[in-house]
Ligand binder design. Structure first.
Ligand code: HEC
Ligand code: HEC
Ligand code: HEC
Ligand code: HEC
Length: 233
């Protein structure tokens, strides 16, 4: 009697395993970029051109955009202009426009530059990618992609940042005692950016490669633990 029971259990388990593989929104919680929505190759029916690689939508090994403070950046600088956060209780200095690594995020999330509009297409894809203007053929060297699709749904921040948590703000607890100190540009495990390692930017709270703390948070925010890493309130 025991044997068939075990067999049944095993086959039920196998059914579960194969069943979960069929889930449509697979992997959006992964800790590898391939398993997250930042793998634009599986860009959720948004009409994004398949560039055959994953990193290429953001990074390029050569001729990258030096204006943006993200390594080997393969996207143009978004033009803005951005409306920045302001309120009477702000004590620290907010830049006049979005700066640093935030511009890397905004090069997709303000929805002004198409998701598949990169500076350098991967060589393997020359002549292969079909975009709105037709197939890109005969590229001898690096090619500028024309874009396929500008709009994307759900996660657009836009250029009006006045209703978002302040970014491009100089972290300075001496101006407001309700903040934890930063040591060498780091508060807990959260990082400050910029030449002086003192700017709160999108990437201070978000890790674009790892969605194990959805949505791309640097750490779990249970009981607002991430908020309280900076705020001492
Ligand atoms: C959706 C955009 C995006 C994709 C796709 C992406 N990255 Fe990044 N990457 C960024 C941004 C933004 C930064 C800068 C912010 C930071 O330091 O986390 C960065 C930083 C990095 C860094 C330096 C910081 C670190 O965490 O070590 C490395 C290395 C890197 N990326 C490698 C990769 C590789 C390899 C891939 C492909 C497997 C990849 N990235 C895919 C956006 C992306
Ligand atoms: C190459 C374009 C691109 C870049 C650059 C990019 N993103 Fe995204 N991001 C996307 C796409 C596409 C999605 C999924 C869109 C959707 O589902 O509506 C997404 C989703 C997200 C989400 C929601 C994830 C979830 O699980 O729901 C967050 C948060 C996010 N991005 C933050 C960032 C931050 C912060 C940066 C910069 C550090 C960044 N992104 C850079 C394209 C990009
Ligand atoms: C102070 C921390 C912090 C900063 C800075 C920050 N975010 Fe977020 N962001 C969060 C948290 C926390 C959530 C999740 C909110 C929730 O689930 O209610 C989130 C959610 C998101 C989402 C998904 C939800 C949505 O609005 O559709 C996107 C996309 C996103 N952030 C992008 C950005 C971009 C781009 C920047 C920079 C311009 C940025 N974030 C700056 C903390 C931050
Ligand atoms: C990386 C550090 C950091 C993290 C993480 C962070 N904040 Fe902040 N937050 C700041 C800074 C810096 C200011 C500006 C304070 C000032 O100028 O007085 C600020 C301001 C604020 C303000 C006040 C804005 C005003 O008008 O006075 C609120 C509310 C706030 N944050 C909420 C949150 C929440 C909620 C979270 C978590 C989802 C969070 N913050 C995460 C750094 C951070």
């Amino acid at each position: 009697m025991k044997k068939p029971c075990i067999l049944m259990l095993v086959s039920i388990c196998l059914m579960c395993v194969s069943g979960s593989g069929d889930l449509p929104a697979q992997g959006i919680f992964g800790n590898k970029v391939a398993d997250t929505p930042h793998n634009l190759r599986k860009a959720l029916n948004m009409g994004v051109a398949d560039l055959g690689e994953i990193c290429v939508y953001c990074h390029t090994p050569h001729n990258n955009n030096l204006q943006i403070d993200a390594p080997l950046w393969n996207r143009e600088t978004p033009a803005g202009p951005y409306s920045m956060y302001d309120s009477p209780s702000i004590d620290m200095i907010i830049a006049g426009s979005a700066t640093g690594v935030s511009l890397a995020c905004l090069s997709c999330h303000d929805n002004s530059i198409a998701l598949d509009q990169v500076i350098n297409l991967p060589t393997s894809q020359f002549g292969q990618i079909t975009l709105q203007g037709g197939t890109i053929a005969g590229c001898a060297s690096f090619c500028h992609a024309i874009h396929n699709k500008t709009t994307f749904e759900g996660t657009v921040i836009g250029t009006d940042l006045s209703n978002d948590h302040p970014i491009s703000i100089t972290y300075d607890p001496s101006k407001d005692e309700k903040f934890n100190p930063a040591t060498n540009g780091v508060i807990g495990i959260l990082r400050l950016y910029g030449a002086n390692k003192d700017q709160v930017e999108c990437a201070s709270c978000h890790n674009p490669h790892d969605n194990s703390n959805r949505p791309f948070l640097r750490m779990a925010n249970d009981n607002s633990a991430m908020c309280l890493t900076c705020h001492d309130i």
